[in-house]
Design a binder for this molecule. Sequence first.
Ligand code: SF4
Ligand code: SF4
Length: 477
Amino acid sequence: MATRKERQKPFLLPQLCKGCARCVETCAKHCIELGTEINPETGLTPVILHLENCSACGLCVDACPEPYGLRDSPSAEEFELQDPAKMFGERGSTAPRAVKIPDEQIHLPPLSPMVLKGNYASAVGALLAGCRHVFGYPITPSTEGAELMAKLLPELSGVFVQAVSEVATVNMMYGCGGAGLPCMTYTSSPGFSLMLEGLSYMIGAEVPGVFVNIMRGGPGLGNIAPEQSDIKLACRGLGHGNTHAIVLTPSTPQEMLDLTMLAFELTFKYRNPVVILGDGYLGQMTGKVVLPQTMTKPGIPEWAVYGDARHRGNLINSIYLAEADLEAHNAHLDAKYARMAAEQRADLYQCDDASVLLVACNTPARMAKGAVGALREQGVKAGLFRPLTLWPFPVERLKPILPHVSRIVVVEASSGGQLEDELRLALSHAGIRNAPDIESVRRSGGVLPQQSEIVAGVLGGTHRPIPAFVARQEMTV
Ligand code: SF4
Ligand code: SF4
């Protein structure tokens, strides 16, 4: 007959105790007290055992989260200490190479076009790209993306976590992306600002993830009306250090779907987060959306910390304490950014013979497109250059049309000229001298540039804002 193993009084390996005090709270006999001496090996303060009254109940051992901190072995001598770094197999160059499990493309039956709001179209695109992990919270005007994911993911064996904060959201994405799983969040300007520290960590650790930022008015809390307030933040300010991410700018619900699918492809291609910048109107705008013919069943990348035997040698982190190591890592990131620069995309409308080139993205590009038609009716050879990537700015698509352009008019919904700054930087970095004059038509605070303002701006020179109430009346027509 099998005999029940006798419980032993606990013993402590101080070098593996982090002083969390769970055992202290667990012991009804008050046999464990908080320590007062810092362990020189760990810099932590282990607990102290007084086992005179110990009943060997084992509750403290069960409470200890460290696999070898508190043990019920009879003595330290009989306990075979393992190196925690080797507990789950060898790491580093001696480990067997991790295996890449490739994506699969699944053909879809022919489907009728749908009529979808921009935020919903993006969520459908993410699901078709294989995303089953979404972290976030309601924040206007992006809420519908998280709302739809919260409804659908439990039905698709996926996970939606309403995070307690933006910091929690981005760090959940860090963990999920580090496991090699496609993940995303929906946010809006103030929430995006709060995620930037974590985004820097993800970029440093080369972790994929998709951030859909439906921009609203700023600075500060601003309002919930559309503005292109985060172009500078997304293109130039993704947290501390040497950071860049591909920034995509849709203008229609169809592009919300298409560019979300593209974002998942690019985030894994480069092991780097991707940012989708929409604006408040685009998130709420309803339009016809044609679904693709295939969807993706994601595999597992070879670098993922997935938690299975094939990936146990992997490690993801963004800390390089030695200066030379961090400099080498930054050089590695710079080389990757140079490869990412090839992902320039733009849509050109009536640009072949344009002498006046409008440059616009997101919802303002729709007004600019209308202005091109109105200007051509008045004999002005206007065209629209619409970046689909803001970083990298599609300057290679711009170069061939510049020789016949005499004026560039940047149309945007931001008071500081954030799109114009990206254009000027791109022209400068590309070494383009004698670029055409650059003018602007700008509104802000939730007011979008209207077609009539753009036409007036082109015909009359640099635009001066008209009173906001006039613009609001035009928007309702
Ligand atoms: S075995 Fe039970 S009595 Fe002994 S120290 Fe742990 S919790 Fe306290
Ligand atoms: S529960 Fe474990 S790690 Fe925490 S203080 Fe007790 S022995 Fe140390």
